[in-house]
Each structure stands twice: as structure tokens, then as C-alpha cells.
Design a protein around this ligand. Sequence first.
Ligand SMILES: Nc1ncnc2c1ncn2[C@@H]1O[C@H](COP(=O)(O)OP(=O)(O)OP(=O)(O)O)[C@@H](O)[C@H]1O
Ligand SMILES: [Mg+2]
Length: 222
Amino acid sequence: MIEFFHVSKAYNGRPALQDVSLTIEKGEFVFLTGASGAGKTTLLRLIFRGDAPDEGQILVNNLNLLHVKKSAVPFLRRTMGFVFQDFRLLPKKTVFENVALALKVSGVPEGVLRVKTTETLGAVGLGHKLHALPLTLSAGEQQRVCLARAIVNDPQILLADEPTGNLDAELSGEILDLMKAVNARGTTVLLATHNRDLLHRLRRRVVRLEQGRVVEDGCPEA
Ligand SMILES: Nc1ncnc2c1ncn2[C@@H]1O[C@H](COP(=O)(O)OP(=O)(O)OP(=O)(O)O)[C@@H](O)[C@H]1O
Ligand SMILES: [Mg+2]
């Protein structure tokens, strides 16, 4: 589903990723970990073509990203959902509108859009906040809106960059459980975090980066 072949990326001559090769199968749940500056966000950005590698090749769904035209990038991104640490919710739109927007731009009919949006917000426990504005919500609630927005169009791949960054242990656990449920429905999940608690809560494959290199890749022992 996602393949990296000898991928390198530098910013201003300083390597952010070095010779990364990686295969992630459809339906996997993978933690991406490593110290600050190790290259986690860079790796995620390359997958959604937020940036292009200097060297190497990346395949997403058998599509070689080198050969994806700029005009096709929005279509590529529609197969993915994103959760970032900073919420990036539209402050003047309601919770419902923020989530529905992802479907609207894909041309989903109004009726389906209403059902899907309401369902997804219900699933993340925000059925009672449909008409609230993001800034009136708590951090955990805002993060759940982001998750709802990311999964409302049933993405094949979910990319999450420190999705629990601002949350306490309990709320982090809730977000993780929701992501686990999304994964159980078939979405491939790639979760970048340096929060060790999360890795301990869910024993899944861990890919650890150190100075842009993969230094560990495997399942922690039970
Ligand atoms: N747009 C950019 N311009 C210049 N340098 C960048 C850019 N993005 C990343 N870098 C550099 O690349 C390296 C990897 O950064 P990256 O953001 O991928 O790390 P990270 O593992 O996500 O760290 P954190 O845990 O702090 O989010 C860092 O040295 C960073 O300074
Ligand atoms: Mg980062």
C-alpha cells in the first residue's frame, strides 16, 4: 500500500530522511516514532505529496508519486485522511460544517453528506456538538473533530501526526481507541508520535527513526 525505496530528503543541505526503505501493507497500523527532528513529519509529508523526495521512489497504492502530476495530487489526497497536531479547524464554521467540507469538495450529494457527517461525529462522541463552533470546544473535543474530518470519507490511509499532542493520558487513550476502530474497518493507519505511552497501550508495529534513518522496525515483545 505504501512503499519507500531508498528515499532521501534534505532541507538546506541538512538531511531530514536518509535512505529510507519501508513497506506498509494494506490494513496495517504502524507507529512512527523517534526524537524531535528525527524525520517523522517529513516522512508523512512525502506520502501525501506535501513534498517530494530528493532521491528514491515512493509508491502509494501502486502509484509512483514521482509520476503523479500536480493536477492529480488532490485526487491522491482524497484517498487519505490527515490529523495534525495543530487542529486547523475553520473557526467560523460549525463542527458539522468542518467535517462535511471534506465530503462537499468530493462532490458527495447533500443527503449522503448529512448522514455520513452526523454518523461520524456520533462515532467520535460529538453527536451533541454538531452546531458548536470549534473554539468553544475543549482540546480533546477539537482533536476528535479533526479525527472525524479525517475519516468521514472512509480513507484508505490515515496519516496522523502527534494526534494526541495536546491531550492528557485519558483523552489520548480515547483518540487511540478511535483510530484502532478506524483501522479495524480496513483503513491503513500511520501514526507519528514520540509519546511512549501510546506505544505501550497498543502493541503494533513500531518504526523508529533516528536522524532520518530507520533504526528499528518491528513489533514490541509482549
Ligand atoms: N520545511 C522545512 N524546512 C527546513 N527544514 C525542515 C523543514 N521540515 C523539516 N525540516 C528539518 O528536517 C528535520 C526533520 O524534521 P521533522 O519535522 O520531520 O521531524 P519530526 O520527527 O517530525 O520532529 P518533531 O517530533 O519535533 O515533530 C529537522 O531537522 C527539521 O529541522
Ligand atoms: Mg513532527
